[in-house]
Design a protein. Structure first.
Lengths: 384, 410
């Protein structure tokens, strides 16, 4: 489908991103985060490797496979394919809108650490100027991630974490809309922990409810933004094995119906902690149930990172000459999830994933800024 | 300014416009949600309050029943003072018997249950009977009409504001709810009133916070005791030349505060009903067409009312009987597959001509009941988006009444 014209309203852009059967590729991992994955796969974390890795996705026909937008890291927005075509052009030519991660990573509360504590998100101070630059550079939408933790024993998520992150998300959204970027609002409630789905649902209602309240408070136009929450799912360390997709669907729809206004065109779920196959099965179950029950006025779609990438990296890192095969995998993963958005994924069939069935959960998901191993890339990123 | 941006967006796309208008189909069919509702919605309890509340399933079923498509609520919970004024206006003496007889006329109208799914009652009449001795709650239940009860005790002015009000009635509300439940009520209603003083002068933050709190706390207490709370945050139609956009803006502001607090107070949205105002310009501004009313009202609802709420029952406050039906029809045309029922909770819009027809005379009893049925039927059709007219009570001006304060619900 054609990309909305440059002067299209934010509502038109948001609607196009959340169009029926479409979803987002989250490929905006920071240098540190993507670096850990590349290194774990036996590769070097340098700018060329990161560039070549992203090229697999942006030059594969993911647009036709159902991707409406790709979120990029700021370094990547400046990069190009081997033949010199900018990544922005690679994407827009195939009907995929470029998006940009605009937050500067998580900042633990005083006395907390990143792996176990509560955080706020950095980046508001420089956002307005940065947003204008990104829009000029071709980005049509932005993303900002807040992370909240569920831990009843410590009173998490605390009132402070809920309110502060909600305010920051709303401020970010308002600034982006003023700069012509559709904001994806991501209040991620982390899957880490032993909580039940009901507990997670309660936390999600609190967190998303507070976030939406702040969006209202700060005059963010709901028709021109998207929400990126976690599905309502029990903790990664909770007993009882994996939840059935129908359970995830019922819990997720209950919560979304309670806290997400219909004016928001799309709920683009994140996949954090789920395996590639789980992410597809759960999304499909959500859409099948929504079609049966109604009362689901937004698109129920995806903004997946690892669930669209893990198998691609596995193939390519094993042998970089298998790039074509890796690109086919990118397309297959995208197509499976696009089918899930329509509630048409064949749950009994074979999922294209080739990563093991275990979750793609990572303990460390935050960013502290330029890493010591890539000072040149960092300098270039800062200088742009 | 953010407010301006919000309005610019709406005019560029128009929430709820028919799908055919735009190539980005999903965008303009916010109301065109998935077709084919065949399965009951499964709800997962997410709070201890919800999980441990023995009334939860019954309340969800009650709310869903009241929000049945093609049906709405008859609001007949006027205080004795207000009822008296209306009786006197058609030449009927105001006493306990005439007030009771007036309710009997409405509640025993044959076939009322085809169009009415719930009836809000004033406390006196929850405990009253027909002349033949049949309790009103039984009469209603037999017709499939759920009895409901006005739960608040009236308004008081907020000191330091320009005549703004707070609603009273939280003290002992739990005990009262238990009694009402025993008597057969299964839902309650609490009316909060906000006002726009003039162009650029919306309700004060004090008034918004106070009324949002009252509504949330009442809703929590009602659910605790098995009554589905109708949450009524009325941004009232008043004098002034403020525009319909302003009404929409302030309505959004009020409802967003209300729903923030409902969330904070663990009120289960699957088991409430909303009774909001439609968006109308001030009385001194040019009147809006039904299409304009629909555009701003549906946009406001889409922006603030979560899909979990089963029914949005608009109040008629001030609108004539015909206007109330035409506007409801326009709403349902604009939003044919809304996630909630867009329906009515009408008082004056179902009663005005009915009362005039009766005028207290026994020989007019049946004719008056027929008028009530025809008004209910017209609004039922409007809820289904199928109202064609002519209206049983055409024309008619605004039916306004002054805001009463100082009440203790008497």
């Amino acid at each position: 489908m054609p990309i909305p014209a440059d002067d299209a309203s934010l509502a038109e852009v948001a609607a196009a991103l959340a169009a029926p059967g479409k979803g987002l590729l989250a490929s905006d991992e920071s240098v540190g985060t993507i670096g850990k994955r590349l290194e774990k796969a036996g590769l070097v974390n340098d700018e060329e490797t990161r560039r070549a890795y992203r090229e697999l996705f942006y030059t594969a026909p993911i647009g036709k496979a159902g991707i409406s937008g790709a979120i990029m890291f700021k370094e990547t927005l400046q990069q190009a394919a081997a033949d010199g075509t900018s990544f922005v052009d690679c994407l827009t030519r195939q009907g995929v809108m470029p998006g940009i991660k605009v937050d500067e990573g998580l900042l633990p509360f005083e006395g907390h650490d990143l792996a176990t504590g509560e955080t706020s998100t950095r980046g508001l101070d420089t956002l307005a100027a940065a947003a204008a630059g990104y829009r000029q550079g071709g980005a049509r939408f932005a993303k900002w991630r807040a992370a909240l933790r569920v831990d009843a024993s410590r009173g998490f998520p605390s009132e402070r974490a809920v309110e502060l992150n909600a305010q920051q998300l709303a401020q970010y959204a308002a600034v982006c809309q003023a700069a012509g970027l559709v904001p994806i609002v991501e209040p991620e409630v982390l899957i880490d922990g032993t909580h039940s789905a009901a507990e997670f649902g309660a936390a999600s209602e609190r967190v998303i409810g507070a976030t939406v309240a702040q969006l209202w408070r700060q005059g963010v136009a709901l028709e021109g933004c998207l929400l990126k929450p976690q599905m309502v799912i029990k903790g990664a360390d909770a007993a009882g094995g994996r939840a059935a997709p129908e359970e995830v669907a019922a819990a997720t729809l209950t919560v979304m119906r309670r806290v997400v206004p219909a004016a928001i065109p799309g709920i683009m779920f994140l996949s954090g902690g789920q395996s590639e196959e789980e992410a597809t099965l759960n999304l499909n179950a959500i859409n099948v149930m929504a079609q049966q029950q109604g009362k689901a006025p937004w698109s129920l779609s995806f903004s997946y990172g690892r669930a669209l990438q893990a198998s691609v990296l596995k193939i390519w890192s094993a042998d970089s000459s298998r790039a074509a095969e890796a690109k086919q995998m990118a397309v297959a993963l995208a197509a499976a999830n696009a089918a899930a958005v329509r509630g048409a994924y064949d749950a009994a069939g074979k999922h294209p994933s080739v990563t093991s069935d275990s979750s793609l959960r990572e303990a460390f998901r935050g960013w502290h800024g330029p890493t010591a191993s890539a000072p040149a890339a960092a300098a270039a990123a800062v200088a742009q | 300014m953010q407010h301006t941006m919000a309005m610019r967006l709406s005019s560029s796309r128009g929430a709820g416009m028919p799908a055919a208008r735009s190539s980005s189909s999903r965008s303009s069919s916010r109301c065109a949600a998935r077709a084919g509702r065949t399965t009951a919605v499964k709800v997962v309890a997410t709070s201890r309050f919800e999980a441990s509340n023995p009334f939860m399933e019954e309340m969800r079923a009650t709310a869903a029943h009241i929000a049945t498509r093609g049906k709405g609520i008859l609001a007949s919970d006027e205080s004795n003072a207000t009822t008296g004024k209306r009786l006197e206006s058609v030449g009927v003496e105001n006493n306990a018997e005439t007030r009771r007889a007036w309710r009997e006329l409405m509640y025993t109208a044959p076939g009322l249950g085809q169009y009415i799914s719930g009836c809000i009652m004033f406390e006196d009449f929850l405990y009253s009977s027909t002349a033949a001795g049949v309790p009103f709650v039984d009469v209603l239940r037999k017709e499939g009409i759920v009895p409901g009860i006005k739960a608040d005790t009236g308004m008081q002015t907020l000191p330091g504001t320009d005549g703004e009000t707070a609603t009273q009635g939280l003290d002992n509300l739990g005990t009262k709810c238990k009694e009402w439940y025993k008597q057969g009520a299964r839902f309650a209603k609490w009316r909060a009133v906000l006002r726009i003083a003039g162009p650029g002068q919306g309700p004060s933050t004090t008034a918004i916070m106070e009324n949002a709190h009252g509504l949330a706390r009442y809703a929590q207490i009602a659910q605790e005791n098995g009554l589905v709370p109708i949450v009524e945050p009325e941004v009232t139609l008043g004098p002034g030349s403020y525009s319909i956009e302003e009404t929409a803006y302030w309505s959004e502001r009020v409802y967003s505060h209300v729903f923030r607090l409902l969330n904070e107070y663990n009120v289960v949205l699957d088991a409430i009903l909303l009774k909001p105002n439609m968006c109308l310009p001030g009385l001194d501004a040019p009147p809006a067409t039904p299409a304009e009313v629909a555009k701003y009202t549906t946009r406001t609802m889409l922006r603030t009312i979560p899909a979990a709420v089963p029914g949005i029952h608009f109040l008629s406050g001030g609108m004539s009987e015909e206007e109330s039906t035409l506007n409801l029809q326009a709403l349902n045309e604009a939003c044919p597959n809304a996630p909630w029922s867009l329906t009515f909770s009408y008082g004056r819009a179902l009663q005005a001509t009915t009362l005039k027809t009766w005028a207290g005379k026994q020989e007019n009893w049946e004719a008056a009941q027929k008028v009530l049925l025809s008004l209910a039927a017209a609004n039922s059709q409007a809820q289904l988006g199928q109202y064609k007219g002519p209206h049983p009570s055409p024309g008619g001006g605004r039916i306004l009444q002054a805001l009463r304060t100082g009440g203790a619900g008497k």
